[in-house]
Write a protein that binds this ligand. Structure first.
Ligand code: FAS
Ligand code: PHB
Length: 396
């Protein structure tokens, strides 16, 4: 048995990219359907990013989905860097007039799903065998299986918001894409702990033993990361070993206390930079991790996904309402300009803050000198701050 339906835009993936795109399209009166291969519970519990850029928060507020964010997020006016026994702060508000918000990605996803479904939005979870067809024509389709039924969804456009491991990018003929990547010689071991944060802001630590990051999710929950080997196994890290290593790498001055507590989530994230260009093939448009990956050091992944769809929504609306395809033609080039800016910032933060086995004395001293300069020069710290809080989204 097969069910056939039609919409204007078929969105594959209910992560930040797909969900924000759906809200932008609905506000523009464009019909869309979201299909997601995991369960609602899974996508709402998946712990990932934590830092929202200023433009991302502004867009979520504009969409009317930031009420809980405004109640529960933590506004951070700056960030600290720890190295060579020192702690240096960069004041974002002083340098840029803007702050960032700390609010778990899973909370953003929960808020967006609740808003989408509350207004009757079409969102199908736990679909299988998703395949895109006819993207080089004017009426592409998505087929998928759900509830034992084969579904065929016709659309004017398909938005590939299905992340790095999705099916959309691989469905583009290999010869049409140019891929660029860097795989870093380390990974991040991340934990969520029921341990109240003891600082008001994040601390990025460049230590001889390796990088560590002190972050948080709420006045009760801390989010912490350790640089580990790229092939590290979680099983080799007992709670005690994790806390001990964090205690060695994070500041040890009297002004900082590493409060421990039950570890409620843990995982290892590989570190890579990746870009697939162009972010379009016919009527299939890629957005977010489906098109690019950044190392999390710059706290950019989620924010870049939102930046992509803020452009894609306008391009789709203009074409579907007026026939003007200029936005569709310019989409990839416009997004890739910001993608490469964010790729550079994320690569630069990663290069400046991590320990590299191949670093000799010269490379190590140059790295620490850059960190010293960035945290003491007004010009250099302003450059870091404006990238960290988020450059303005591109506009068509
Ligand atoms: P997502 O991957 O979030 O969403 C894609 C969605 O598509 C998922 O729900 C997936 O289930 C679904 N999907 C996949 N295949 C499908 C198919 N065939 N059919 C239908 N649906 C399909 N970024 C930061 O800024 N800071 C961090 O600390 C950070 N930590 C991370 C840790 C991990 C383990 C990972 C994997 C990523 C992390 N990121 C971090 C990056 C992350 O936040 C992404 O940038 C962000 O989720 C991008 O959003 P989307 O593009 O929507 O992709
Ligand atoms: C987080 O809180 O998860 C986080 C913060 C800053 C980063 C990466 C992750 O650079």
């Amino acid at each position: 048995m097969e069910s056939t339906a039609a919409t204007e835009v078929a969105i594959i993936g209910a992560g930040p990219a797909g969900l924000v795109l759906a809200h932008l399209l609905r506000r523009a009166g464009i019909g869309c359907v979201i299909i997601e291969n995991r369960s609602r519970d899974h996508v709402e519990r998946r712990v990932r990013a934590g830092v929202l850029e200023h433009p991302t928060v502004a867009l979520l507020r504009d969409l009317g989905v930031a009420a809980r964010l405004d109640r529960e997020s933590m506004t951070h006016r700056g960030v600290e860097f720890a190295f060579r026994g020192e702690r240096r702060r960069i004041d974002f508000v002083e340098r840029t007039g803007k702050a960032i918000s700390v609010y778990g990605q899973q909370e953003v996803v929960k808020d967006l799903i609740a808003s989408w479904l509350a207004d009757g939005g079409a969102l199908f979870f736990e679909v299988d065998d998703v395949v895109v067809h006819g993207v080089e024509g004017a009426r592409p389709t998505v087929t998928y299986r759900a509830g034992g039924v084969e579904h065929r969804l016709e659309a004017a456009f398909i938005a590939g918001c299905d992340g790095f491991h999705g099916i959309c990018r691989p469905s583009i003929p290999a010869g049409r894409l140019t891929l660029a990547d860097r795989v870093y010689p380390f990974a991040w071991l991340g934990i969520l702990a029921e341990a109240p944060p003891t600082t008001d802001e994040l601390i990025y630590a460049n230590h001889d033993r390796g990088f560590a990051l002190y972050s948080m999710r709420s006045p009760q929950i801390t989010r912490l990361y350790l640089q580990v080997a790229p092939d590290e196994q979680l099983e080799r890290w007992s709670d005690d070993r994790i806390w001990d290593e964090l205690g060695r790498r994070l500041p040890t001055d009297a002004g900082f206390e590493l409060r421990t507590g039950p570890i409620i989530e843990r995982g290892i994230t590989p570190m890579r930079s990746f870009v697939a260009a162009p972010m379009r093939h016919g009527r299939l448009f890629l957005a977010g991790d489906a098109a690019h990956i950044v190392p999390p050091t710059g706290a950019k992944g989620l924010n870049l996904a939102v930046a992509d769809v803020s452009v894609l929504a306008v391009a789709l609306e203009r074409f579907l309402r007026t026939g003007d395809e200029d936005g569709l033609v310019r989409y990839s080039e416009l997004c890739l300009r910001r993608v490469w800016r964010v790729q550079h910032f994320s690569w630069w933060m990663t290069s400046m803050l991590h320990r590299f086995d191949e670093h000799d004395t010269f490379a190590r001293e140059v790295q620490l000198s850059e960190l010293d300069y960035v945290t003491s020069s007004e010009a250099a710290s302003t450059a870091l701050a404006e990238n960290y809080v988020g450059l303005p989204f591109a506009t068509l």
